[in-house]
Design a protein around this ligand. Structure first.
Ligand code: PLP
Length: 370
């Protein structure tokens, strides 16, 4: 009766073999474990400036209404997004973080008879949502740490229902060109849905332009996912969205739970869209911070992968896990990426200039001691 092991054999086969997602270590956890108080977290690609003032004011204003269920259709937020992108509200699906969209699309299109194609070193949620359903994951070797689109296209078969592409990719920060993506979408069979995961698109500089919205008219099998967790500083509220044609959105909505976005999340996201100042500041801090970190790496004779996101992957030229542990003891949380087949790299989320300085100092000291 108390033997817990039997319950595992009852689970769906894919779930039995699933390796759960490993999130960045929360500050409170490190406080509990090591009794430290001065901790900085550069581990989950969060916004170092926090949420904007407009989002915070919107949250404050709706607190008295919390006894009521949220608007399950997310009407006002969808209207604001539709206006922003020049599309119809029926093309938008709201998610509890863009993670939920990744799961909804997998549940909508994959079965144990189907295959899902994604790249080596791509976002860790793709294998999880695929395997939970028992579909076959087809992992295509990366090219220069990024997606090899021609090889991914070759990996698509009659059984492929889904392709995930992260642009920029997490954790490598690599960015695909507009032309290469368009050629990929044009060549992809219509029987296969392409998820273009643009969680970091606000950080992409004008030189790397991403303009995927226009493709929605052209490709009925395209789902673009974006989020309020990164550039908008609302990771704790969990709001993301999918943009697609109406049919695809209708299918995702059938699977979606009725109140998947809470009231605070809905109003904060809507307000955040109007806060151009906070977004501009966020991007400026990210650009400066990226420069600060990469200059620091240069001084330490370390190489990094040029990143289009709000994080950077640095090659520490040795097993990264012990360095990660040593940094924890100095109150600095970064992200080891051994689970992405990158055992000698650490992923650093860009922080404020003070946080970046603390990290670089801790890294230099740690490297000097190994
Ligand atoms: C590539 C990518 N996609 C999606 C997500 C999911 O973010 P959220 O669920 O907070 O929108 C993340 C978060 O780290 C990510 O890196």
């Amino acid at each position: 009766m108390n033997n817990n092991d039997n319950i595992y054999s009852l689970a769906a086969v894919g779930v039995q073999q699933l390796i759960p997602y490993k999130a960045g270590k929360p500050i409170e956890e490190l406080e509990r474990e090591l009794g430290l108080t001065q901790i900085i977290k550069l581990a989950s690609n969060e916004n170092p400036l926090g949420p904007g003032k407009k989002a915070l004011a919107a949250i404050q204003a709706v607190l008295p209404t919390l006894a009521l269920y949220p608007d399950g259709s997310g009407f006002a937020l969808k209207q604001a997004l539709a206006k922003k992108y020049g599309i119809h509200e029926s093309q938008i699906t709201l998610g509890n973080g863009s993670n939920e969209l990744l799961e909804l699309v997998a549940r909508t299109f994959l079965t144990p008879e189907h295959e899902c194609v994604f790249s080596q070193h791509a976002f860790a949620v793709y294998p999880i949502v695929t395997q939970a359903i028992g579909a076959k994951a087809v992992v295509v070797p990366a090219l220069n740490y990024g997606h090899d689109l021609p090889a991914m296209l070759k990996a698509v078969t009659d059984k492929t229902r889904l392709v995930f592409i992260a642009n920029p990719n997490n954790p490598t920060g690599t960015l695909l060109s507009q032309e290469s993506l368009e050629a990929f979408l044009a060549a992809l069979p219509e029987t296969c849905v392409c998820v273009l995961d643009e969680a970091y698109f606000e950080f992409v500089s004008s030189t790397g332009t991403i303009n995927s919205i226009a493709w929605l008219q052209q490709f009925p099998n395209l789902l673009i996912t974006r989020t309020f967790s990164k550039a908008y500083g609302l990771a704790g509220l969990r709001v993301g969205y999918g943009l697609s044609n109406t049919g695809l959105a209708d299918l995702l909505n059938r699977v979606r739970q009725p109140f998947n976005n809470n009231t605070l999340a809905l109003v904060a996201a809507e307000a955040a869209l109007t806060d151009a100042e906070h977004l501009a500041q966020t991007i400026a801090v990210n650009t400066q911070g990226m420069q600060q970190l990469t200059e620091g790496f240069k001084k330490l004779a370390l190489e990094w992968i040029p990143s289009a996101g709000n994080f950077v992957l640095v090659d520490v030229k040795q097993a990264a896990q012990p360095l990660y542990d040593a940094l924890l003891h100095k109150g600095v949380i970064v992200r080891p990426v051994g689970n992405y087949e990158l055992p000698n790299h650490l992923r650093i989320s860009i922080g404020t200039s003070e946080e970046n300085s603390v990290f670089l100092k801790a890294l230099a000291e740690t490297l000097a001691n190994v």
